[in-house]
Design a protein around this ligand. Structure first.
Ligand SMILES: NC(=O)c1ccc[n+]([C@@H]2O[C@H](COP(=O)([O-])OP(=O)(O)OC[C@H]3O[C@@H](n4cnc5c(N)ncnc54)[C@H](O)[C@@H]3O)[C@@H](O)[C@H]2O)c1
Length: 363
């Protein structure tokens, strides 16, 4: 089992990368977690892995109960958090008790939020079940819920006691969700690690077919990269964490400008990364061959680098909304080369327009 330490002073925690849920109980016993564990999961994930998790913890002496939330982002809400608080109270969880999130990013955010607020904060542990949650959402302590007015508007920073990433759970994950994770993994390669990018180029097929050794390598590397960013800027105060937004300026505008239905987050980020790379090339920062490598890898990962049916006016409205949020300026994370990016607010709007046109956005 691999262990990646996340070094955040007294909030430090390890991420275990293993291949068998049965190891979870033994790992949990190494921490002072009390006796009661409430597992919070979605209905489908509970049917797939609830029993294994229960057995793993139960066989090590924990008293385990399970709360199921319906599947999907639309349940990452305050009203579901309230139902879960009641479940905590009915199960008589106390200050020493533990909430375990078993699921993707939606469950991690919701269960982590409940753990961070019930009794002003109880132990939180996370078994992420999507590739995206394993490389991204489980690291860094952002927890929260959505409001009708927008995503992730209520939340806090709350670090888990540990994360247990099991590689084998990815075998039941639909291919579309593997692609969601791949978009973020390509992002990590471009922002921080040319060797990871090269590894992806050379081993993409193995990753798509879920070779455990390849998954272990890329997930370990991505966790290390996100850990390094979070360690430098835990609460997003110093700007370092913003490099993680590579591909998100235009990507987010595509998602919100199309009402969050047409393109998934990973697809929108892939398109946004290509647009940012083209802008960087036009501004003379990024060499042509690096742009071509990025376009090829995105295509081979079955992610889009063009869009269809996206209205230009709505996309610009969404971009301007972002601009307002960031103090009147349009920020881009641009690649200088594969493995290095920088943050700028000096991209000429004509280039943004050109890049958006090249994506196939309608007038
Ligand atoms: N906290 C953070 O730092 C952070 C970072 C990125 C994203 N997020 C949040 O994460 C959420 C998206 O997370 P996600 O992409 O993991 O989606 P998700 O949690 O909705 O899971 C996607 C789908 O995959 C299914 N699934 C999950 N694991 C499975 C498995 N092993 N086998 C079969 N099916 C499985 C789920 O039931 C769901 O239908 C968003 O709410 C986003 O805001 C949080």
């Amino acid at each position: 089992m691999k262990v990646v330490p996340i070094d955040l002073g007294e909030r430090s925690y390890p991420v275990y990368i293993g291949r068998d849920i049965a190891d979870l109980g033994r790992v949990a016993r190494e921490f002072d977690l009390g006796e009661k564990v409430l597992v919070i999961s979605s209905r489908p994930i509970a049917s797939l892995y609830g029993r294994e998790v229960r057995d793993a913890l139960g066989s090590c002496g924990f008293q385990v109960s399970l709360a199921r939330v319906p599947d999907g982002e639309k349940y990452k809400t305050l009203s579901w958090a309230a139902k879960l608080y009641e479940e905590c109270a009915e199960d008589k969880l106390d200050r020493n008790s533990t909430i375990l999130a078993l699921g993707g990013g939606v469950i991690g955010d919701l269960a982590g939020f409940v753990a961070s607020t019930y009794l002003r904060g109880i132990n939180f542990i996370y078994l992420p079940t999507t590739l995206l949650a394993q490389v991204d959402a489980s690291i860094g302590g952002k927890v929260g819920v959505d409001l009708p007015q927008g995503k992730n508007l209520v939340g806090s920073f709350y670090q888990p006691r540990f994360v247990y990433t099991d590689l084998k759970v990815l075998r039941t994950l639909p291919q579309a969700q593997i692609k969601e994770g791949l978009a973020e993994i390509i992002k990590y390669g471009v922002i921080e690690d040319k060797d990871l990018f090269l590894y992806l180029e050379q081993n993409l097929e193995k990753i798509k077919t879920l070779s455990l050794d390849s998954l272990e390598y890329i997930i370990t590397r991505c966790v290390q990269i996100k850990a390094a960013v979070v360690q430098e800027d835990e609460r997003e105060k110093r700007g370092k964490r913003q490099v993680l937004n590579f591909g998100h300026t235009i990507g987010h505008a595509i998602e919100s400008g199309t009402g969050y239905g047409r393109y998934s987050h990973g697809e929108a980020v892939a398109v946004g990364m290509i647009a940012a790379a083209r802008i960087a090339k036009k501004m003379g920062f990024l060499p042509e061959d690096s742009l071509v490598r990025m376009e090829n890898l995105v295509r081979r990962a079955d992610l889009p680098s063009r869009v269809e049916g996206v209205n230009g006016g709505k996309l610009w409205d969404a971009l301007y909304l972002d601009k307002k949020i960031k103090g009147g300026k349009l920020y881009f994370v641009l690649p200088r080369r594969i493995g290095e990016v920088f943050l700028t607010d000096k991209v000429p709007l004509t280039l943004v327009r050109e890049a958006i046109r090249e994506l196939g956005v309608e007038k």
